[in-house]
Structures are given as C-alpha cells and as structure tokens.
Design a protein around this ligand. Structure first.
Ligand code: AMP
Length: 426
C-alpha cells in the first residue's frame, strides 16, 4: 500500500472544518487590522533561504528540501531550488521584486500556506506543516521601524487567539538587539562559553561555534545551571534598542496585553533583530510554541533590497488546531435536512427540491429512490441531519412533504413554500 510520506498527513473531515474555522477567523481579524493577502510560490531559489534565514541555522543547514532543477534546454541553466521552510524570506523577496516600497505607507501582508522542514516528526511537529503569518514592512519614513508596529502586531495576535477561544496563552517577549550591539554581545557570549562549553551537550558544543545565541535555547536539564550564568542580551542593548523595547512594552501595557519577559528567548532564524516573541500554550506539551515572530530590520538588505525594516510572525496552524481540538464538534457543519426519495422517479423530484432548499441556504443531503424508508431515516440520523423530508409520489403531487424532526421523532406535513423557513427555524 502506498502511504503518505513520514511527517506529512492527510487532513480529513471533521478536522478540516476546524482548519476552515481558524482560517476564516484569521482572515476576519486581518481585515480589521487592514492586512491584505499575499501568495508566494512554494519553492524558491535555495540562495534566498541561505542568505535570508542564515546558513548556520538548523533550518538551512539540515532541514531544507533542496533539489537540483535540471535544465530542459541548452539555453536554460540548472538551478538549486528549495521547498520553502518559512514564508518571510519569500514575502520580502516579493516586496523587493515588485518594488512595493513605491506603494503608500507600510505594507501589511498576510499569508496562509504549507511550509516544509525535514525535522524529526512528533506530535505537533511535521515535515509539511501550515503557517498563518503576517508581515509589516516598508521604508523607515513610513514608520516601519516604530515600536508602535511591534505593539500593533502583538495586540492583533492577542485578539486573534482570544477570538478563536484559545485560553491560557502566554506572550513571551525579548529583545535580541541589532547589528550594532549584537556582535558585542556575541563576543561576550563566546568568551563566557569557552571555559564551560566542554561540560555542555553535544548540540551546545556545535552551537557555541556556529550560532552561540542558540545555546540559550537549549532544553537539556544538565546544561541549565551553566546557561543561567551566561551573559544576557538585555545588559548589552544599546540606548536606541533599549528605548525601542521599552516603548513596545509601554504600548502593550496601555493596550492591556499581558506578557512576560524571557531573556532566553532567541529564535531559530538569523534575521531577527530587536523584538522577538513567542506565544506558548500549556496544553501542547513539548512543542508548546503556537507562534513565533519578531522584527527583521536587516533582512531586505541581506537579500539585496533597499532598507526596509519589518516585523512579522508565523502561527503554526497545526498546533493551533491541536489546541482547539476539544471544541471541534461546535464548528462541524451537519446537514439541516436529508431528503428521502421513495420509489421510482423520485430521484428527479428530490434533486428539484434540494436545489430549491439549497438556494435558501439550507444544507441538504439527498438519499436515493432505491432505499427503503427505514434505511433512509437511519442514514439521516447517522450523518447528524436535523430533519428528514419524505418524498413519495403523493407528496410530489400534493406539493406538501412529511417533515420529520429526527431529534424528537415528531412529524408534520409542510407545504413546499414553507419548508425552508420551517427547517431554518431550528
Ligand atoms: P518559525 O517559523 O520556526 O518561527 O515557527 C513559527 C511557528 O510555526 C512555530 O511556533 C510553530 O507553531 C510552527 N512550526 C514550526 N515548525 C513546525 C513543524 N515542523 N511542525 C509544525 N509546526 C511548526
């Protein structure tokens, strides 16, 4: 048997109803905050991620699905392509390619779509997963660097999670500095790591060389006392980064958005500057980050564009849906009525009636004229329909139908013109 590839999965009903619910609420919230949709390709030039996300990140160094796209003609060059592991680099590439800075104000863009990373699959971690994300990007003169942008994005996320009915989230906030103060901090971190790194886990030993910031991310219990003693970014922030971070917090306080400071929060992608954040949720276990994001003031320049500070986030839609799963029943749509055609020639009548009712926004499932009434009523109950409409030759002639309430068992005769109204009343 051919099966779905490890780390990928089929999304089936009724779960898909929950996915649609999440996406429709997200689209509604994005509209209220004046974000518009962008759709970028699922594969891009490998170089985009190498330069954007960073060569030394786990994502680029070991998790990308990269392949050589062979040339099909003499005139064509082969090219290394990669299935996108995240969407921010693609959005910023599109921003540059289409000179979007020429449009008025800052660009507020959102996306919903699959991403690909070759990670070790486990609950809440997949190789094809879905992100709902957004970016605010633009020239400095449009206010793209302002702490107000950061605060608006964070406040919007709090609204979105509340709107989805997700309780018990925590916003974890940090500042990871900028291109000016971070190198100084990294140097201090490297120095502090030198005498102790030998006692740390294998991953930390590697990270200390390649990406020392990621040592702060380590979850290995034995390493924790060592990490606790390492220098912290907050003591190295320059004046303007410190002021920026303070203002983000002041606006969040004014807006009533709760947060906790976490000075060990670093993100797995190199492009982050200043504000970095995650929303976590207790019920998710080890993979407890529902979403993450931050500012990326140098990303556009890193991939060859103009200065275009920005801030964005990506919600792990798979995890969001997992944390909503208990309430799944509530959003699954069931048919309002099941039409049970009885006897030869009644399939055609059923289609006519179904068409009329559906035009009145009634959700209809149709049986088959070869079914006995008992089988039709059983099916109607099993699929969760509220009513069964019995449609035999007499009903077709008299234009009045037996409408059976499947919860109470009550049955009445309802004229054709009143059917939709009667069904919708429940
Ligand atoms: P990142 O793009 O790494 O900042 O991740 C943003 C969010 O995407 C995370 O907080 C997760 O919720 C989600 N995410 C990242 N990687 C995976 C994965 N392999 N499977 C499922 N969700 C993921």
């Amino acid at each position: 048997m051919i099966k779905a590839i490890r780390g990928t999965r089929d999304l089936l009903p009724p779960d898909t109803a929950l996915w649609n619910f999440v996406e429709s609420i997200a689209r509604q919230v994005f509209r209220e905050y004046n974000f518009q949709e962008i759709r970028t390709p699922i594969f891009e030039a490998t170089e985009l991620f190498a330069r954007g996300v960073g060569e030394d990140t786990d994502i680029v160094s070991k998790e990308m699905y990269t392949f050589e796209d062979r040339s099909r003609a003499e005139s064509e060059k082969g090219q290394s392509l990669t299935l996108r592991p995240e969407n921010t680099a693609g959005v910023v590439r599109a921003y540059i390619e289409h000179k979007m800075w020429e449009r008025p104000g800052v660009q507020k863009l959102f996306y919903i779509g699959p991403q690909f990373r070759r990670e070790r699959p486990q609950k809440g971690r997949y190789r094809q997963f879905y992100q709902i994300g957004a970016e605010v990007i633009g020239p400095t003169t449009a206010g793209s660097e302002s702490p107000a942008r950061d605060a608006e994005v964070l406040e919007m996320l709090a609204t979105l999670l509340d709107r989805l009915g997700i309780q018990g989230w925590t916003l974890q906030l940090n500042s990871v500095g900028c291109s000016e103060d971070r190198p100084v901090y990294l140097e201090a971190l490297r120095e502090a790591l030198k005498p102790v790194v030998g006692q740390m886990c294998f991953d930390c030993q590697r990270r200390a060389e390649t990406n020392p910031l990621r040592v702060l991310d380590c979850k290995v219990p034995e390493d924790q006392p060592i990490i606790e003693k390492l220098p912290r970014m907050k003591d190295y922030l320059n004046e303007s980064c410190r002021e920026h971070f303070q203002q983000v917090q002041d606006i969040l306080k004014a807006a009533g958005v709760p947060y906790v400071l976490n000075d060990r929060l670093v993100r797995g992608l190199d492009y982050y500057t200043r504000t970095a954040f995650e929303f976590t949720h207790g019920a998710l276990g080890a993979q407890n980050a529902i979403l993450g994001g931050g500012r990326y003031d140098g990303l556009s320049e890193a991939i060859g564009g103009p200065k275009a500070p920005g801030i964005g986030f990506a919600i792990g839609e798979d995890r969001l849906v997992l944390s909503l799963e208990e309430s799944a029943e509530a959003v699954v749509s069931k048919p309002d009525a099941y039409i049970a055609p009885l006897g030869p020639g009644m399939n055609a009548e059923a289609v006519k009636l179904a068409r009329e009712l559906r035009q009145n926004s009634v959700i209809i499932e149709v049986g088959d004229e070869t079914f006995r009434l008992k089988k039709s009523l059983e099916t109607a109950s099993k699929i969760g329909a509220c009513f069964a409409i019995i449609l035999g030759e007499n009903e077709a002639k008299s234009n009045a139908f037996a409408l059976k309430n499947l919860a109470t068992g009550q049955q009445e005769t309802v004229p054709r013109a009143e059917l939709a109204g009667r069904i919708r009343k429940i």
